[in-house]
Design a protein around this ligand. Structure first.
Ligand code: SAH
Ligand code: SF4
Ligand code: F3S
Length: 446
C-alpha cells in the first residue's frame, strides 16, 4: 500500500483522467493523500497547450527534487500531454523523475507505479493506441456533478495547436458504454453530467468513416445527446468543446429542444478576423460563427455563450484584432478565456510563421479584451438581479460554510442561505438579490 498524490494541470479532460487514475490506484489498495511530504508517489498530470503551462509543471516537478533527496524511495511521475510531447527529453532534464507516461497509457500507470516502488528503472511509456484502452467508467463517489469522456483525440489540426500530437487521433467510445456509465452515475446520485471531448461535435465521425463511408451508421453527437438525455435521474447535461464546423441544423435543433441540455454553450471562436481564422485552419468565418449563435438565440429566450480567444497569432494586425473585439461585442459573451498565442514546436503555425506580434502588444490586446469582457459580464450578471433562477445545489459554500452554494444553468456560482432539509443534488429556485462579476447571491423561493 502506497500513499499517492496527483497534481493536475490543463483542461477538463486532464481533470477527468486524474479522477479515473485515482480510482484505478485506489482499486489496488493505494491511498490518496494531499500532503507532498507524506506521499510515496507523486504524479503530475501535465498540459502542453501553452509554454506557460509547461513551465509551471516543470517548475513544480523541480521542487520535488528536495523531497526525493529526503526520501529516495519516493516515486515521481510526469503523465499527460507533456509526457507525450517530450518523452525521454523530460527524463534527461529532470533525472529525479521515475515515470513519463502519455495519456493513452493511463491504465498501465498502476503497474508502472508498483514496479517503480519495487525499484524498477525509470520508464518512458508514450505509445499511441488505435483503440481507446481500458474501461473509462470509474468515478469518485458522491458526485452531484460528474464528467464523462466520450471521445479522445482530435483530427482538426488547427495550425497553432499541440493537442492532435499529444492526444492522437479521434476515437469515440461506443454509445452503449457511455449511456451505461451515465446510468451508473445517476443511480449513485449524480444529477449533472458534463460530456467531454477535445472535438466533441465530431463524436462518431471517424468511426463512421472507418465503417465504410456513406451508409455507415455510427451514432453521431446528436444521437449521443439524445441517448444520454433519456437517462432518468440526470437533470442537466453539458458538453465541451464543440466546433462550429459540426454545428448543423440538426445540432441546433437538438440542443435547443432537449430540456435537460443547459442553455449555456461554450463555443471556441479563437478570432474574429477571417484572414486569421484561415491561417489557423479553423474552417469557418466570423459570419459562420455569428450565424450559429443567432440560430440558437432565435430559438431560446435565455441563453449564455462563452468562448476561447487567442490574441497575437502571427501576423495579427490592429485591424484583425479590431474584428475580434467587434465579434465579441456582437455576441455578448457571458464568459471567455483569452490566451496569448504561444508557439508550440511541431505545429504548422510555429514551423511556418515567426511569432511576430510582440509580447507587449499581446499583453495589451489581452487586457483590452478582458476589460471589454468584465464590463459585459458584470452587466449580464447585474441584469439577473430580481430574477428567479433554477439552481442545482452543490453543498456548503467553500468560503462560508453557513451559506450554501449551487450552480445556475449558465454555470454561475450561486450563494444562498439553506432552508429546511436541503441536500446536495436538489434543484431549487433562487431569487437573485446581488451580483458580482463571479457569483450571484440570493434567497431560496419557498
Ligand atoms: N478542443 C478545444 C480546445 C483545446 S485547447 C477546441 O478546439 O475548442 C483550449 C484552448 O487553448 C483553445 O481553444 C485555444 O484558444 C487555446 N490554445 C490552443 N493552442 C494555443 C496556443 N498555441 N497558444 C495560445 N492558446 C492556445
Ligand atoms: Fe486543438 Fe483545434 Fe483540435 Fe481544438 S479543434 S483541440 S484547438 S486542433
Ligand atoms: Fe492541455 Fe492536453 Fe488538455 S495539451 S488542454 S491537457 S488535451
Amino acid at each position: 500500500m502506497a500513499r499517492f498524490l496527483i497534481r493536475t494541470y490543463g483542461c477538463q479532460m486532464n481533470e477527468r483522467d486524474s479522477e479515473l487514475l485515482g480510482c484505478l490506484l485506489r482499486d489496488r489498495g493505494h491511498l490518496p493523500t494531499e500532503s507532498e511530504e507524506q506521499a510515496d508517489v507523486i504524479l503530475v498530470n501535465t498540459c502542453s497547450v501553452r509554454d506557460q503551462a509547461e513551465r509551471k509543471a516543470v517548475g513544480k516537478v523541480g521542487l520535488f527534487k528536495r523531497l526525493k533527496r529526503q526520501k529516495p524511495s519516493l516515486v515521481i511521475g510526469i503523465i499527460g500531454c507533456m509526457a507525450q510531447a517530450h518523452g525521454q527529453a523530460l527524463l534527461d532534464e529532470l533525472p529525479h523523475v521515475d515515470l513519463v507516461v502519455g495519456p493513452d497509457q493511463l491504465h498501465d500507470i498502476p503497474d508502472l507505479v508498483e514496479a517503480a516502488l519495487q525499484g524498477a528503472a525509470a520508464v518512458v511509456a508514450t505509445a499511441v493506441r488505435e483503440v481507446i484502452p481500458g474501461d473509462l467508467s470509474a468515478h469518485a463517489p458522491d458526485q452531484v456533478f460528474a464528467s464523462v469522456a466520450v471521445m479522445r483525440g482530435c483530427n482538426q489540426f488547427c495550425s497553432y495547436c499541440i493537442v492532435p500530437q499529444t492526444r492522437g487521433r479521434e476515437r469515440s467510445r461506443p454509445l452503449a458504454d457511455i449511456v451505461a456509465e451515465v446510468e451508473q452515475l445517476a443511480t449513485r446520485g449524480t444529477r449533472e453530467v458534463l460530456l467531454l471531448g477535445q472535438n466533441i461535435t465530431a463524436y462518431g465521425v471517424a468511426e463512421a468513416r472507418h465503417e465504410g463511408g456513406a451508409g455507415a451508421a455510427h451514432p453521431r453527437f446528436a444521437d449521443l445527446l439524445r441517448a444520454v438525455h433519456a437517462v432518468p435521474g440526470i437533470v442537466r447535461l453539458r458538453f465541451t468543446s464543440p466546433h462550429i464546423r459540426f454545428m448543423d441544423a440538426d445540432f441546433v435543433d437538438c440542443v435547443c429542444s432537449l430540456p435537460k441540455v443547459c442553455k449555456a454553450f461554450h463555443i471556441p471562436v479563437q478570432s474574429g478576423s477571417d484572414r486569421i481564422l484561415q491561417l489557423m485552419h479553423r474552417g469557418y468565418t466570423a459570419a459562420d460563427y455569428l450565424r450559429v449563435v443567432e440560430a440558437i438565440r432565435g430559438r431560446l429566450d435565455r441563453v449564455a455563450f462563452s468562448t476561447d480567444v487567442i490574441v497575437g497569432f502571427p501576423t495579427e494586425t490592429a485591424e484583425d484584432f479590431a474584428a475580434t473585439r467587434e465579434l465579441m461585442r456582437r455576441v455578448g459573451f457571458d464568459m471567455a478565456y483569452i490566451f496569448k498565442y504561444s508557439p508550440r514546436r511541431g505545429t504548422q503555425a510555429a514551423d511556418r510563421f515567426p511569432d511576430d506580434v510582440s509580447a507587449e502588444v499581446k499583453l495589451q490586446r489581452n487586457q483590452l479584451l478582458l476589460e471589454d469582457l468584465e464590463g459585459s459580464v458584470a452587466a449580464r450578471n447585474q441584469a439577473r438581479v430580481g430574477q428567479c433562477i433554477e439552481v442545482l445545489v452543490e453543498g456548503p459554500s467553500r468560503r462560508n460554510a453557513a451559506r450554501w452554494q449551487g450552480r445556475s444553468d449558465t454555470s454561475k456560482v450561486v450563494i444562498f442561505d439553506p432552508v429546511g432539509t436541503l441536500a446536495p443534488g436538489a434543484l431549487v429556485r433562487v431569487t437573485v438579490e446581488r451580483a458580482t462579476a463571479h457569483s450571484l447571491f440570493g434567497s431560496i423561493v419557498p
